[in-house]
Design a protein around this ligand. Structure first.
Ligand code: ADP
Length: 426
């Protein structure tokens, strides 16, 4: 078992590309830590630095209490599984799995026993004499996993090991990885861009964007109590409603979130009220998951928005409604992109947006006639289509007037640059 500590670790690739920016985190002994984030955010770079396959530009890596920046990969006692678990094509399954033990000059009887035992746990004991080319993708990944585990490393690093498999196989192998790794008690760092994989597998999730750590916590903590708007949006299975509101405190009676045509009242005894009131007169971002909204009768007097249903969408297990209420939408705030070079080339989405802004002025371009924006405070915003979960039987039809009850306890409150206003509990 092993603990891993990253202390303000950065990676600059040749040519000046900053892939990881002063990132600090700790994986405890025996922990299953998932690195989650969109493609290109620096997850693999981080994993490869821990493995010793990529040099650390700045900062320190500690393995089991020892500084490890300059340790050769073979001296780190780390095993790695990649997306495409490259196997030795001319060796059988048994030969592939036995390989790490053979180079460690283990006694052949021990090797045989260990490979047989592990192949049973991985459900590939009937394929032991076959070559990789004759196996399915799922079986090949099991062999790759077996080869990595067989010599019981101190640390297990996995880089999207399931992403080449079909959905059914992914789910099956996901469960097996979880139980196998936990039964071995080996510290595991697992990279994925799939939020479901992260939520189902992790003891804790570290979420990255543009090389910057956004949040770290248990799946429940970062889903229900996210530290940034990016985390909240990335972990929402349906699109997160992100709205712009101006904070007011009329006659100091309560805190009001003013969305323009609608207001929500937060009483002073709400634990978040004081923190929000510090932003009085300025615009903040309010995040609301579709399941924090519900259709309400016309007579409902609780916190609500009012508008019209634009469209319904059938998702098999539920319906979603898109309701136009005249409230202003905001895009997911991105951390400032430190990668000047990439941005100058206009290669990142953020970079492109900035180029558009320089060409068309400092606002989001209107999408169509229906979505022409409005000015709120100092910014210009598209009107939001609020996404509301309706369950298996929709109570609305397209074109209906819509009263939408808002569960105030589910509001997530962020500054304009996406940081949480009321501190998350960790
Ligand atoms: P992820 O695993 O999150 O998809 P990576 O760590 O692979 O992201 O890459 C992070 C960023 O660094 C990407 O923009 C990628 O293009 C860049 N990058 C990765 N490897 C290299 C390299 N060898 N040289 C230059 N840039 C690289």
């Amino acid at each position: 078992m092993s603990s891993v500590v990253l202390d303000k670790v950065s990676k600059v690739y040749p040519g000046g590309y900053l892939a990881v920016d002063r990132l600090s985190l700790r994986a405890e002994d025996g922990e299953f830590l998932v690195l989650l984030g969109p493609s290109g955010c620096g997850k693999s770079t981080l994993l490869r630095m821990i493995a010793g396959l990529e040099e650390i530009t700045e900062g320190d890596l500690w393995l089991d209490g020892q500084i490890a920046n300059h340790l050769a990969p073979r001296d780190r006692d780390v095993a790695m599984v990649f997306q495409n678990g490259a196997l030795y094509p001319h060796r059988t399954v048994r030969g592939n799995m036995a390989f790490p033990l053979e180079i460690a000059k283990e006694d052949p009887a021990t090797v045989r026993a260990r490979v047989t035992e592990l192949s049973k746990a991985l459900h590939i004991d009937e394929q032991l004499d076959r070559r990789p080319a004759t196996l399915s993708g799922g079986q090949r990944q099991r062999v790759a996993m077996g080869r990595a585990i067989v010599r019981q490393p101190k640390l297990f690093l996995m880089d999207e090991p399931l992403s080449n498999l079909d959905a059914g196989m992914r789910t099956e192998l996901r469960m097996e990885i979880s139980s196998l790794v936990r039964s071995l008690g080996v510290t595991t760092i697992y990279v994925t861009h799939d939020q479901v994989e992260a939520l189902t597998l992790a003891d804790r999730i570290a979420i990255l964007n543009r090389g910057v750590l956004q949040d770290i916590g248990t799946p429940g903590q970062i889903y229900n109590d996210p530290a940034t708007a990016f985390t909240a949006a990335f972990l929402s299975s349906q699109q997160l409603n992100l709205l712009a509101a101006t904070v007011r405190t009329p006659q100091n009676q309560y805190v009001m979130l003013d969305f323009g045509p609608h207001q929500l009242i937060m009483p002073w005894n709400d634990p978040r009220a004081y923190a929000v009131s510090q932003h009085v007169g300025t615009q903040i971002i309010v995040g609301l998951r579709p399941d924090g909204l519900a259709p309400a009768p016309e007579s409902y007097e609780g916190p609500s928005f009012y508008g019209r249903v634009r469209a319904l969408e059938y998702h098999g297990h539920e319906w979603l409604a898109y309701a136009e209420c005249g409230v202003p939408a905001v895009p997911v705030p991105e951390p400032p992109d430190p990668r000047g070079r990439a941005e100058a080339l206009g290669h990142t989405e953020g970079g492109l947006r900035r180029v558009m802004r320089r060409m068309f002025g400092n606002h989001q371009e209107p999408q169509d006639q229906e979505q022409v924006g409005q000015h709120v405070g100092s910014g210009f915003h598209r009107r939001a289509d609020l996404i509301v979960r309706l369950g298996v039987r929709p109570s609305w039809r397209a074109g209906d007037p819509a009263k939408i009850a808002v569960d105030l306890s589910r509001l997530m409150l962020f500054t304009q640059d996406g940081a949480r206003i009321d501190p998350p509990r960790r």
